[in-house]
Ligand binder design. Structure first.
Ligand SMILES: Cc1ncc(COP(=O)(O)O)c(C=O)c1O
Length: 404
């Protein structure tokens, strides 16, 4: 008989069972569920700060203290109290990818000069709106965007988002690869780079940054690819005489499954050291996932427990539309009970309340009989969940809370 492991893989000091009750950010999750109801996202401010601090320390350990910056990718989670909190830590700027994100970041206390802007397929209207923010730094990802920005802001500095045709992302998940396996829309390829530099020069644009975001969710197992990715990107740096900074994008991942090896930041830092310690470059990173994902829980109310054929289903009162990563990207969010007891476990499939076949939160999770449970929580719901939510089936309502 399998019993719930009180030392389950996802536990850490601020998310764990104590006296058989699930604790998160210093509170029992039962208390949070009773106070906030379902569906609710709860975010731990301290965990976000700890994640940012870890990345800062890794950059310092790479020998990049004083010549490196973090830009939090707000597409991961733009909840205003969270952005305001992040602003107050003073640990990072913002990576934004739409005019409305810039507006929102500014309303949360960031100044345009704290914002690095990297986007794709911007309209002329978008460019005009962005040009009004003095100090905003633009990374152009196509010849079209160099032309459009050059017309509005000639004789300024820009970055070029490149596509090195190699990438790094969570193992075996090609949906998370932005560059590499196939030709994607992201960035300028090597064969068009000279044309891009010449075009920039026509508008008096000085290319001072090379930007490469090549994939998402990488863990320790994928780190060997990072060496290769950076090597390829340095070929662009070497071909652009005014470049004084690189932006490595985001992509740092967190474990989703028991067998996932947590990202070893010492190894990550050693790779950065090898590539950048001897170069006169400022190094930027713009993580989203790594900063917020494991700082968030999604509290869900249980609706039903029923065996259908050979599958035991547990229903909850919210679906994939408010946290689409499991359905879109096949990234499972581990379901966790609010308490542990001695009950045997059974393979259980957790499903939501949306009339779509892909509305499955988790298949075959080992869970106790949930008949008497009122709530269930999903971990790793702090990034790319609420920020990607839709109102599909008119079930787009949820609450969000920042726990200080
Ligand atoms: C340009 C850019 N930078 C940063 C990020 C953040 O990536 P992650 O959340 O994987 O760290 C993304 C995500 O897609 C991106 O497109």
């Amino acid at each position: 008989m399998v019993k719930l492991d009180p030392n389950a893989w996802w536990q850490r000091s601020d998310l764990c069972y104590q006296d058989n009750q699930l604790f998160f950010a210093g509170r029992t999750v039962k208390q949070l569920a009773e106070r906030y109801g379902s569906p609710s996202f709860v975010y731990s401010a301290r965990r976000v700060e700890a994640n940012l601090t870890r990345v800062r320390q890794a950059l310092d350990a790479a020998g990049l203290a004083g010549r490196s910056s973090i830009f939090y990718a707000m597409k991961a989670n733009r909840f205003a109290p969270l952005l305001q909190f992040i602003r107050q830590t003073g640990l990072c700027g913002i990576d934004a990818c739409s005019p409305n994100e810039v507006k929102h970041a500014v309303s949360c206390g960031f100044s345009p000069s704290d914002i690095s802007f990297t986007a794709t397929s911007l309209s002329k209207r978008d460019f005009a709106e962005l040009a009004r923010y003095d100090g905003l730094f633009m990374d152009c990802d196509s010849l079209y965007s160099i032309r459009s920005w050059g017309e509005l802001k000639p004789n300024t500095d820009i970055g070029i988002r490149i596509n090195p045709a190699v990438g790094i992302g969570r193992a075996c998940n090609d949906k998370l690869q932005y560059t590499g396996c196939k030709t994607t829309k992201f960035g300028i390829f090597r064969e068009q780079f000279d044309e891009a530099l010449a075009l920039a020069a026509q508008y008096g644009l000085r290319v001072t940054k090379i930007h490469f975001h090549t994939g998402c969710g990488y863990l320790t197992t994928e780190l060997n690819q990072l060496d290769h990715v950076i090597d390829e990107c340095m070929r662009f740096v070497d071909a652009a005489p005014d470049v004084n900074r690189v932006n490595m994008g985001g992509g740092l991942g967190v474990p989703h499954l028991a067998d996932d090896p947590a990202l070893d930041l010492d190894q990550w830092s050693a790779i950065l050291n090898r590539h950048f310690a001897h170069r006169d470059l400022h190094v930027e990173v713009e993580p989203g996932d790594y900063i917020c994902k494991d700082a968030g829980l999604l509290i869900l109310g249980k609706t039903f427990v029923e065996l259908k054929r050979d599958t035991l289903f547990v229903g909850v009162d919210a679906g994939f539309n408010i946290a689409p990563e499991p359905a879109y990207y096949g990234l499972p969010f581990q379901p966790v009970t609010l308490s542990v007891d001695d009950q045997p476990l059974a393979k259980t499939t957790v499903v939501g309340n949306i009339n779509e076949a892909l509305d499955v939160w988790y298949e075959n999770a080992l869970l106790p009989d949930l008949t008497e449970h009122e709530y269930l929580v999903l971990i790793n719901a702090g990034a790319y969940s609420s920020s990607m939510a839709s109102n599909h089936c008119m079930r787009g309502e949820f609450s969000e809370f920042l726990l200080l």
